[in-house]
Design a protein around this ligand. Structure first.
Ligand code: HEM
Length: 151
């Protein structure tokens, strides 16, 4: 037979931790779960590597150029603007002489309409021509995207 004193000691030894843990379980204040995210905002667009649209452009003009006239604007004459034509629209790219200037990566499109090459994502001189009638639907879409980008 266990003595009353021993029973009390065992009782306290097991009872107190059990009571403590039970109390902690029920009384603990857990941090509230974050509220579900509801938003009406449009999903953020991925940052493009392309430059942001410019706000500092002159309004469009309506003066036609012949292919021969356009050649002058290939960046080879200091002081003259640099032009790139896409599907017949001429864009002034003088501000980007670092890519369209002589010897630069995209100079192949300067002073001409190189629509076909843009549609084909090609930098080959033989592709940088205005006649894009041979492009398939996918390349025409690429060309259209370039036109929008330049516009
Ligand atoms: C290894 C392949 C290529 C790389 C890494 C590359 C990279 C780039 C980058 C980083 C830009 C943005 C430049 C800027 O906005 O300042 C750019 C613009 C451009 N890329 Fe490429 N490119 C590649 C091939 C081509 C090809 C094959 C074409 C032919 C169609 C092309 C045509 C252009 C044009 C027209 C622009 C617009 C430049 C502007 O006016 O800002 N690229 N490229």
């Amino acid at each position: 037979m266990l003595e009353l004193g021993t029973l009390v000691i065992y009782g306290l030894a097991f009872g107190i931790p059990v009571i403590y843990l039970t109390a902690r379980h029920f009384l603990s204040s857990r941090p509230p779960l974050p509220a579900p995210q509801t938003t009406t905002e449009a999903p953020k667009k991925l940052k493009s590597i392309m430059q942001a649209p410019r706000e500092d452009l002159a309004p469009p003009k309506d003066d036609p150029y012949t292919t021969e006239e356009l050649k002058k604007y290939d960046g080879s004459t200091p002081g003259l603007p640099i032009y790139v034509a896409i599907k017949g629209t001429i864009f002034d790219v003088s501000a980007k002489a670092d890519v369209y200037g002589p010897g630069k990566s995209y100079n192949i499109f300067a002073g001409k309409d190189g629509s076909k090459g843009l549609g084909m994502s090609s930098l080959k001189p033989e592709h940088a021509v205005a006649d894009y009638s041979g492009l398939d639907e996918k390349d025409r879409k690429v060309l259209e995207d370039w036109h929008s980008f330049f516009a």
